[in-house]
Design a protein around this ligand. Structure first.
Ligand code: SF4
Length: 356
């Protein structure tokens, strides 16, 4: 065992997190769900989602046999919906190919949808105490600072250097504790901003600390301006029911119910107001032969995705009930239904804002 891992393990014994919901009666299934939920989401946010998910889908079979809509509804609010769809697909593979038991072989685990090298290593290490290195965001930060590893984040050369160090420090003994310890060290001490180096178990040989260069590691991605897109979201309603359409599985908010939208392409200038006579809205109304008795445009809502910014212009169209029923490609939902089904968070906010 290296001196690094020895010190990290001693720190974990006293300071590590040992009472998280997925750490009780450890099993690969719970570890897997928590690891996927924790990707880019903090522990405190994940806990209620995790508890609700496990209550509804207590094991691989329950998840595999659930409808994808039900799984997505439990995921709504966490974002990155492809992760929920991959969980569902992987559970079906586990049901059909592994008799409902989570596989224990690394190659089998890493071939499941949505599970990469680090997640596979974390699941097998935490659940079965197998020796595997991990390299999630927290571990990358700790190692990049401790070893002053340079390179553009997530580029293959940088990852190669980080994996080499991660493998070198990963102990054969107490691997499960070490994996949790590294995650905790990154989340609790070596934080993105203002790391608490005074209490860090590896501060004496942390290169970034010794050279006073912590803010430079991990190196930042070169800045690029995000493209901006604009769309109209149509709240078509008779005052009681709201018309929603299911989005295609691929692309943003894949497989979720959402408001019909009209793309306005790239956002041009600062203009965020629309005209009811806008040709695109007119075309939509003509296509579905909708007669609108009232029209209201709400303030533009901005949502930032990793690769672009989206400006959503919500427009409410009040139509009579008979007219609403002519819309055929989607379904009608009450406001209560909208709380139950998996709506993308910005769309849920837009609907609840419109209905006060
Ligand atoms: S000494 Fe500071 S920068 Fe270095 S690993 Fe510890 S917390 Fe991170």
């Amino acid at each position: 065992m290296t001196s690094f891992s020895h010190r990290v393990l001693s720190w974990f014994d006293i300071n590590g997190r040992k009472h998280l919901p997925w750490q009780q009666q450890t099993c690969a299934y719970k570890t897997w769900i928590s690891e996927i939920m924790l990707q880019q989401t903090q522990v405190s946010t994940v806990i209620p989602y995790f508890n609700r998910f496990i209550t509804s889908f207590p094991d691989e079979m329950a998840l595999a046999n659930a409808s994808v809509d039900d799984v997505l509804a439990h995921w709504a609010g966490l974002g990155y919906y492809s992760r929920a769809r991959n969980l569902h697909k992987a559970a079906q593979i586990i049901r059909d190919q592994y008799n409902g038991c989570f596989p224990e072989d690394f190659d089998e685990v890493v071939s499941l949808p949505g599970i990469g090298r680090s997640t596979a290593g974390a699941i097998l290490s935490l659940s079965f105490n197998q020796r595997h290195a991990i390299l999630d965001g927290n571990v990358k930060r700790v190692l990049s600072r401790h070893q002053m590893i340079s390179g553009i984040p997530n580029q293959s050369e940088t990852l190669k250097k980080q994996w080499q160090i991660a493998e070198k420090f990963t102990p054969k003994k107490d691997n499960n504790k070490y994996t949790q310890a590294m995650m905790d060290l990154g989340a609790m001490v070596c934080t993105r901003t203002k790391p608490n180096c005074d209490v860090c178990p590896v501060h004496v040989d942390c290169q970034a600390n010794l050279h006073d260069k912590i803010s430079e590691y991990p190196n930042k991605k070169p800045k690029k301006t995000l493209p901006e897109k604009q769309m109209i979201a149509l709240i078509i309603t008779d005052g009681e029911k709201i018309y929603l359409e299911k989005r295609p599985d691929k692309g943003i908010w894949g497989g979720l119910w959402s408001l019909p939208e009209i793309s306005l392409g790239e956002k041009v200038g600062q203009s965020e107001t629309l005209d009811f006579s806008d040709e695109k809205i007119k075309n939509f109304l003509d296509k579905y032969q909708l007669t609108v008795s009232q029209y209201h445009q709400y303030a533009t809502y901005r949502h930032v995705f990793t690769h672009y910014r989206l400006f959503i212009c919500p427009v409410q169209l009040l139509v009579d009930t008979d007219n609403l029923q002519t819309l055929s490609s989607g379904e009608l939902f009450s406001l209560n239904d909208c709380e139950e089904i998996g709506l993308p968070t910005p769309i849920q906010k837009i609907i609840f804002n419109a209905f006060g």
